[in-house]
Design a protein around this ligand. Sequence first.
Ligand code: FNR
Length: 388
Amino acid sequence: LIYYNATLYNETPIASTNYDKLEASAKARLDPAAYDYAAGGAGLETTVANNRAAFSKWSIRPRVMREVYPNRNLTTTLFNKTLPAPVVMAPVGVQTLYHPDGERATASVFGELGLPYTLSTATSTGFADVAKANGVNGTRWYQLYWPSDDDLTRSYLNVAKSNGYDVLVVTVDTWDLGWRTRDLDRGFFPFIRGIGVQIGLEDPVAHQKLGFNPLAKNATAEQKQTAALYHVITTSRGISPVWDRLPFLREAWGDGPIVLKGVQTAEDARLAVQHGIDGVIVSNHGGRQIDGAIGSLDALYDVTNAVKGQLVIGFDGGIRGGADIFKALAIGADFVQVGRPVLWGLAHEGAKGVRHVMKSLLAEFELTVGLAGCQHVQELNRTHLVHV
Ligand code: FNR
C-alpha cells in the first residue's frame, strides 16, 4: 500500500481529506475572483452539476474474499511510458492565482509522484521554469490552445518540445470562452487581462510580430498587456479549429502523440480514430463551456463503447475522490485527469497542499481498488459497476 500507508502515518494533514471541506478552506484563503474563476462554470452551472451527478448513477460492486495483497499494482503504460498510476494533472491556466508558486508547485509535486504534468498554454509560468520544477525525470505534456497564426503555433510547439514536453494535448472545446457568469459579472476583459497569462509574453515569434519584447526592461505596461492580448486574440478568436487542419498540426509537432481534449461524443471519437489521432480526453472543460451539457462520465460511456482499444482514452470532469477514479477506469478510461482539487490544494501553502491532495486521492483510490477485490488497475471493468 504505497500511498495509503504513507498518508495514514503522516502528521495531521495540512487540509481536510474530505473534498467539500478542502474546497471550503481553500475558498476562505483565496481572493473571491480567483475562487470563482476556478469553482465556476458556464451559465446556470448545470454541466458542473451534471459532472458530479453522473458519478452517482454508478455504484461499485465489491467482490470479497479474493487474494488481494498489500502490494497492489496501479501501474499503467501510457504512450510508451510506465507510470505509477493512471492519473494526470489536467491543464489549468494561471496557477499563480492560487499561490505565488503556481505552476512551479504543482509541477514539482507531479514530478515527485512520477505522474504526467500537463502545462496549459495559458500558464502564468514559462515552459523552462515549469520543466525545471518538474525535474529531469518528469513526464511532461503540453496543452495547446491552437492559435490562428501558424507561425505562433510552430513556435509554441518547438519551445515545448525543446523543454521536454512530449505529448501534445489540443483543447478543442474552447476556441471561444463559455458564458461564465461569475467572471462576466466582474467585468470580463479586465479580469482576464489582470490574471497574468505568460506564454504570449515570452514567445519569440510573438515578439517579432508585435515589433517589441514585452519582457524587455524598458517595456511599457501597455506593451506587456498588448502582448498578452495578442496571444488571447490569436487563440480565442471565435473560429473553431477543424479536422482538415490536423495535418498541419501533425507536421508541426512531428511523430509524438497528439491527443484531442474536449471530445464528448461517439461520433467525434470515431473521427479522431479516422484522422490518426493517438488519444482523446473525454472532457467538458469542467462544465465551463456549455451549460446544460452531458455529464462527462456519461459521455465517457458513449465514447468507450465506440472506440475503446482504438486509441488512448482519457477522462476528466468531477473527479473528487478515489472511488471516482475507480468508476471512470471501470467504465473504460485509460487514465483520468484532476483539475480543481489540485487548485484547492495549491491554495494551502503551495506544494505542501498539492502533495496532500494528490497523495490522499491516490491513497483512497488504491484502497478502493483493494476493497473492491482487485489487485491491478487492469482488472477494472464494467462488471465492477452497476448503473443505478
Ligand atoms: C481549466 N481547464 C483548462 N483546460 C485546458 O485545456 N486549458 C486550460 O488552460 C484550462 N484552464 C482551466 C482553469 C481552471 C481554473 C479550471 C477549473 C479548469 C479545464 C481542465 O483541464 C479540466 O478539464 C477540468 O478542470 C476538469 O474538471 P474538474 O476536475 O476540475 O472537475
